[in-house]
Design a protein around this ligand. Structure first.
Ligand SMILES: [Zn+2]
Length: 452
């Protein structure tokens, strides 16, 4: 199928019954930019543009860039174009995110004219930002030395530097970063895309600008449109105002997989407490597992269910096993599928180092016991029902529906997995529900956690 449309050709069209809409995948001929369009009558229109931005170190370059491109552009040179433009705008969502290996700029609006302007501002911000010529933006948003009077000490300041100093004062953040370094020693995921405070000042202006040149290019972009709109006008604007001004660039932004370990590895780190505070009951433990799920949608959904039932319900057997043993104050964890290699992680908060072996035995004994006796089917069903509700309603605290869909698809898309698949959940639901009569979940826990 090829149908040239403002510089784009349609690569794929599919009707997705789960969201009652046609989904089109376009490619921009000149630059290779990818565009996904969900054609619905929803007035709450969504536009996002994303770039694959794998961090080569923990200087936070991707995060600083996310801040910096929003500090004015060629067509919208005001220092804070969004603040100025949004007075009176009817937007329903506007933000920017730096994830582990990509950066996303989403915006939503109910009003056609408003929507078009917001897209134009975002396109100009990411492709033609003032930060390319105004060096102060880097110093202001990233880091700079500061000494206001001769008597003052020389200090480091900067919007992102200060933000990350705050973030890395929390033990949650420190231990999560240490775990990433431990389980992903040969992958970009060992680096913090947000930036680690004492590493941020290693970033030079030149590296900062090079990062923009390399990754903020149409050939490395992922554009998304959702809702009721004049598609021709929007495609035409995206082509004329942005993409057509570039040529194809062969950008290597692919993510190399971490080779799985043959045996468990351990590491430790420290976090600050007050000088006169006792270290008793201040030890945290974390257990992380890289799950080799091979992008299989059923396995991924099943692990969301497993993480939920083990840790997040009132009956959560894994959480309760730790709490009942009285060795910690809290337990939480997650299944994170946003990286190319999904991770199951568990954090045991406010414990003591003498419980190190016990943490491992509680974890494995509880899971082995569950597998042997079989998990309570009602518990599994309850967790499936909650996950199913979120899928069907696309309801997450009042976010526009179109935003929920791109959040569900973007990490697949960025990792070269078909972004449409994650929207087709019916088959996955049927498969995982029919597994309720077999020891399917027990087998998954055994294979990917106990035997991992
Ligand atoms: Zn920030």
């Amino acid at each position: 199928m090829s149908n040239s449309n403002h510089g784009f050709i349609i690569r794929e069209t599919r009707f997705i019954k789960e969201i009652d809409a046609n989904v089109m995948i376009y490619q921009h001929v000149k630059t290779g930019a990818r565009l996904m369009h969900i054609d619905t009558n929803d007035e709450n229109k969504v536009f996002t543009i994303g770039f694959r931005t794998p961090p080569e170190n923990s200087t936070g370059v991707a995060h600083i860039l996310e801040h910096a491109v929003l500090c004015g552009s060629d067509k919208f040179p005001s220092k804070e174009p969004f603040v100025d433009l949004l007075k009176g705008s009817l937007y329903t969502f506007l933000n920017a995110f730096t994830a582990g290996d990509f950066t996303l700029y989403p915006v939503a609006s109910m009003n056609d004219k408003d929507f078009k302007i917001l897209i134009e501002v975002y396109l100009d911000a990411v492709f033609f930002p003032k930060m390319k010529t105004i060096d102060e933006i880097f110093y202001q948003e990233g880091w700079h030395y500061e000494m206001l009077t001769k008597e003052d000490d020389l200090t480091i300041k900067g919007v992102v530097y200060n933000e990350m100093q705050g973030a890395f004062s929390a033990p949650e953040r420190i231990i999560a970063q240490k775990m990433n370094e431990t389980i992903f020693p040969d992958s970009v995921y060992k680096n913090s895309s947000s930036g680690i405070p004492n590493v941020i000042p290693n970033l030079t202006l030149e590296e900062f600008k090079n990062f923009h040149d390399k990754y903020y290019h149409p050939s490395n972009s992922y554009i998304y449109l959702y809702g009721k709109m004049d598609l021709n006008a929007i495609l035409s604007m995206i082509n004329n105002e942005a993409l057509s001004k570039f040529n194809f660039l062969d950008i290597d932004s692919s993510i190399t997989d971490q080779k799985l370990f043959k045996e468990p590895v351990t590491s430790d780190c420290v976090y600050p407490i007050a000088e006169n505070e006792s270290e008793d009951g201040k030890t945290w433990f974390a257990l992380d597992f890289v799950l080799d799920l091979q992008n299989n949608p059923s396995l991924i959904f099943s692990y969301e269910v497993i993480a939920h039932l083990l840790l997040s319900t009132p009956a959560a057997p894994l959480k309760n096993a730790f709490l009942e043993a009285g060795i910690c104050k809290d337990v939480f964890g997650s299944f994170d599928n946003s990286c190319k290699q999904p991770v199951f992680s568990l954090i045991i908060k406010d414990s003591d180092i003498i419980h190190k072996e016990k943490v491992l035995s509680i974890f494995f004994d509880t899971l082995k016991d569950l597998c042997k006796k079989g998990i309570d089917k009602e518990l599994i069903e309850a967790s499936i029902n909650i996950k199913e509700f979120y899928l069907r309603e696309a309801d997450m605290g009042g976010y526009p529906k179109g935003l929920i869909y791109i959040f569900a698809s973007i990490s697949d898309w960025i990792h070269d997995v078909d972004p449409i698949e994650s929207l087709c959940y019916e088959e996955v639901l049927n498969e995982t529900k029919s597994a309720l009569t077999t020891p399917y979940y027990e087998a998954l826990i055994n294979k990917f956690l106990i035997e991992n």
